[in-house]
Structure formats: structure tokens, C-alpha cells
Design a binder for this molecule. Structure first.
Ligand SMILES: *Cc1c(COP(=O)(O)O)cnc(C)c1O
Length: 454
């Protein structure tokens, strides 16, 4: 392994100066957000009541390919970026595969995931607009942690609604957020109207991202100088995450390596959209071709078993309608251990690319995910987040197929974060108590029946 480096770091000077907007190169764009009352595309002014002005501009911009990264955000990126691109020699060896496996590691910051890439951008735009408070939801806790860090950096007060099962399962995540100055409320809570309603309708509920979003939006719109920030799904978040793919491509280009397959886990779709961004750009412009694979948990299979339809982004139905692959906003997935992948829908951008046949999707079961996570930890050293381990599972399966077929192939996957706060889940797996929860067709039918008629 002497001839090729184990890790490839770009220099700070090579850190990209602009984000890349995939939508600019799409002939058929993602469908517009709709106002749930009028069913007309939402106007920027309507969105600006909930989101920051500049973020709304980015959300609606389907034309500008390169959007400059503000200097303050770029400076913050320099504290923890460029992130390393790693050749997984030891995993390859353990698998005995002829495939070459690379991964882009986003866990090298205290929040422990890629979410900081968008949190710092969104917090910057909130501050630049003169806001004092931001609200958000968090599922597994990574986004809440990232936004707490970003808010502390720019002197914003951050209010986090944390899905109840994570709040109870991950007390240390909660304390990291509080250490960065955020207040953290388990959701559904009794502090918002929608939270009280949900508690009444589903007594003893574990909560879901959809519920927590509704609470955070209600809180933001009830305060004068506050806006709501979302950590995934939206176009703007996919845009900010393009830093992952741009760095990956630059590092691979330096090595003279072209990936055949690019694999990422998909919850709301932001890390995957970011990882594939420049590669998808080449694909859309007809310059190059890549196989792209989204990996989701079989407990929350938005792409592989969902419908491509307009749906609410949240359980309380306060957000605009978005056309996406969805299980229905009323679908509450079983409390799986990859909290960051428990969202009922999928980014509109990825949904449209998937619908156009430009990418594939597969679902994987929880126990097989932890098996892959354990193999990865023991061979590559890094303890992966359960979410990231979905991509590891798929990359390992791909590498094993290469072995069976004697195929030399280059695989790139996104290692989105570390699993230090997920030891309850690892404990379950180590004790042999982990179960696979796969919704039945009837479970899914109930979610589809509640889709809005558009
Ligand atoms: C949130 C999260 C994900 C899933 O979110 P996407 O928006 O789909 O990228 C994946 N991995 C980690 C570590 C996360 O924190």
C-alpha cells in the first residue's frame, strides 16, 4: 500500500470557494413547493416567514450553478475541512475483494457528522439578517448538535426540539447541545399547540421528525426575530453539502481515480446529494457516467417502497407541500437505531433524479448494518455512526459482488459520521437483542391513504 496514500487531504487553499447547485444542470427541475391552502407554488415572501431570506433565495434558485461560500463560512470550514478521503485498504483486504474502496469521512468535528457544513451556513445567514433566535428539530441529535455549535459561533440562541426516543436514548447528545448554549425540549412537548395535540392523539408516542419539525416551526413563527432552520431534505441543505462531493472529486482527480459507483446513506438525502453533486453534474451534462446508489433502512423505505407524490414535510402540516418519494407524513417508523434516517420523505432534488432513472436505491436491514459497522470499526479503525453504516453495508456488498465476479471496480462511499453517541444501539447489537423492523404493506397503505390530494 506504499504507492497510493491511505489518506488524501486537500490543502486549505484548495478548499472549494463556491457550492455547486445540481439543479442548474437538470433539464427537468424538481417540482416546486406548493402552498397547502391554495396549491399554488409558494412565493418567496411566504417562505421568508419561516426561513431566512438568503436561504429562501437558495431554495428557489434552480439556475445558478456556482454559489459563492461567504467568507465567514469559509473561515469556519477551515477549522475542520477539507475532510479526508480515505482508501479503505484494510477493509478491502478483509473482504479479499479486487474492488478499490474509498470513503469521504465527515466525522472529524465535534458534532460528529456532515451536518455542520449546512448548520454553519444557515446560522451565518440568520445572523446576517439580524435574527436573534433559531429553532430546529433533531432526530438522532447530530443536526441539533451541529446547529448548537454554529449558533454559539455566531451568537444566536438555538432552540432544539429533540425526538423523544432520542432524547431519552442519547442523554449525552443533549448535554453537548446544552454545553453550546442551546435549550433542548423532548418532542412532542406540551410547550406548543401542535405538540399538545399530537400528545393527545397518540398518547405515549416516541415522537418523530415530522412532529418535531411542526413544533420548531410553530416556535419560530411565534417569536419576532426567529426563523426555523432545517438540517436535511431542502435544496439549500443539499447545496451546502456539495462541499463533500467537490472535495472528494478534487482529491480523486489528484489521484487520477474515477469512481464507478458512488454510495451514500439517505435519510432526507442531504449528504448523498452533496457527495454526488459534481459527479451528477458531469452525468447530467453528458460528460461522464457513474452509478449512484442511495441506501436507506428497510424500516423507513422512502425510495424503495414510497410513492412519488406531493406530501406534507411535517406531521402538523404547517410546512409547504413538497413533491418527493414519501411514506406519507403520518407514517411513524419504528424506533430504529439510525435516528438520522427516520424521515418519512426524501429530498425533492434526489427524488426527481431517482425518478428520472439517474440513480438507484436499495434498502438494508438494521442487523446487517451493524454487522458491517462492526467489521468496519475493526478493520478501518473508525467507529461509524449507524446511519453511515448503511452506506458501509452497501459498499461491502458491492465489493463482495466484485469479488464473486472477479470485477475490478472503484467504489466511493460517504462515511457521514462517528458513532460515539450510539453505544446504546451498539450495545443492543452486541447483546444479540437487535431486531429488524420492516413495515408491512398495510402499515404503508395507511401512510399513503393520508397523502394530500393534489
Ligand atoms: C443526519 C445524518 C444522516 C442522514 O441525513 P441526510 O440528510 O440523508 O444526509 C446520515 N448520517 C449521519 C451521521 C447523520 O447525522
Amino acid at each position: 500500500m506504499a504507492d497510493i496514500p491511505y489518506k488524501t487531504y486537500l490543502s486549505e487553499d484548495e478548499l472549494p470557494k463556491a457550492w455547486y447547485n445540481i439543479r442548474a444542470d437538470m433539464k427537468k427541475k424538481p417540482a416546486p413547493l406548493l402552498n397547502p391552502a391554495t396549491l399554488k407554488p409558494v412565493a418567496a415572501e411566504e417562505l421568508e416567514r419561516v426561513f431566512c431570506r438568503e436561504c429562501v433565495k437558495q431554495e428557489l434558485d434552480d439556475e445558478t450553478p456556482l454559489i459563492p461560500i461567504p467568507k465567514a463560512v469559509h473561515d469556519f470550514y477551515r477549522m475542520y475541512r477539507p475532510s479526508p478521503l480515505v482508501r479503505a485498504y484494510f477493509l478491502e483486504k478483509a473482504l479479499g475483494t479486487p474492488a478499490k474502496i474509498y470513503y469521504k469521512f465527515e466525522g472529524n468535528n465535534t458534532s460528529g457528522s456532515h451536518k455542520l457544513n449546512s448548520a454553519i451556513a444557515q446560522a451565518y445567514y440568520a445572523k446576517a439578517q439580524g435574527l436573534t433566535d433559531v429553532t430546529t428539530e433533531t432526530g438522532a441529535g447530530q443536526w441539533g448538535t451541529a446547529l448548537s455549535m454554529a449558533s454559539a459561533f455566531f451568537g444566536l440562541k438555538c432552540h432544539v426540539f429533540m425526538v423523544k426516543c432520542s432524547y431519552e436514548q442519547k442523554p449525552f447528545r443533549r448535554e453537548v447541545m446544552r454545553t453550546y448554549g442551546a435549550d433542548v425540549t423532548p418532542s412532542p412537548s406540551m410547550t406548543t399547540k401542535i405538540g399538545r395535540e399530537i400528545n393527545e392523539r397518540f398518547p405515549g408516542t416516541n415522537g418523530s421528525l415530522g412532529c418535531a419539525i411542526s413544533e420548531a416551526v410553530e416556535k419560530a413563527t411565534g417569536m419576532p426575530n426567529a426563523r426555523y432552520l432545517l438540517g436535511s431534505v431542502l435544496n439549500q441543505v443539499c447545496l451546502h453539502q456539495s462541499i463533500i462531493g467537490l472535495e472528494s472529486k478534487a482529491a480523486l482527480d489528484r489521484l487520477g481515480v474515477r469512481p464507478d459507483v458512488i454510495i451514500g446513506c439517505a435519510g432526507g438525502g442531504s449528504n448523498l446529494a452533496g457527495l454526488i453533486a459534481p459527479f451528477m453534474g458531469e452525468k447530467l451534462r453528458g460528460e461522464n457516467d457513474y452509478r449512484i446508489v442511495a441506501v436507506e433502512p428497510s424500516s423507513c423505505p422512502s425510495f424503495t417502497r414510497g410513492r412519488y407524490a406531493y406530501d406534507f414535510c411535517d406531521t402538523g402540516r404547517v410546512c409547504p407541500l413538497q413533491k418527493m418519494y414519501t411514506l406519507g407524513s403520518s407514517f411513524i417508523p419504528s424506533p430504529s437505531h439510525a435516528g438520522g434516517l427516520r424521515y418519512h420523505g426524501m429530498s425533492a432534488l434526489l427524488s426527481e433524479l431517482y425518478d428520472q432513472g439517474l440513480m438507484e436505491a436499495k434498502s438494508v436491514e438494521q442487523t446487517s448494518v451493524f454487522e458491517a459497522a462492526t467489521l468496519f470499526a475493526r478493520t478501518e479503525g473508525t467507529l461509524p455512526a449507524p446511519e453511515s453504516a448503511h452506506a458501509i453495508r452497501a459498499a461491502v456488498d458491492e465489493a463482495l459482488e466484485c469479488k464473486a465476479a472477479g470485477r475490478e471496480e472503484t467504489i466511493l462511499f460517504g462515511l457521514t459520521g462517528t458513532g460515539y453517541f450510539d453505544m446504546v444501539a451498539y450495545g443492543r447489537y452486541n447483546d444479540g437483542e437487535m431486531k429488524d423492523c420492516i413495515p408491512t404493506d398495510d402499515d404503508l397503505a395507511a401512510g399513503f391513504a393520508a397523502l394530500p390530494k393534489v
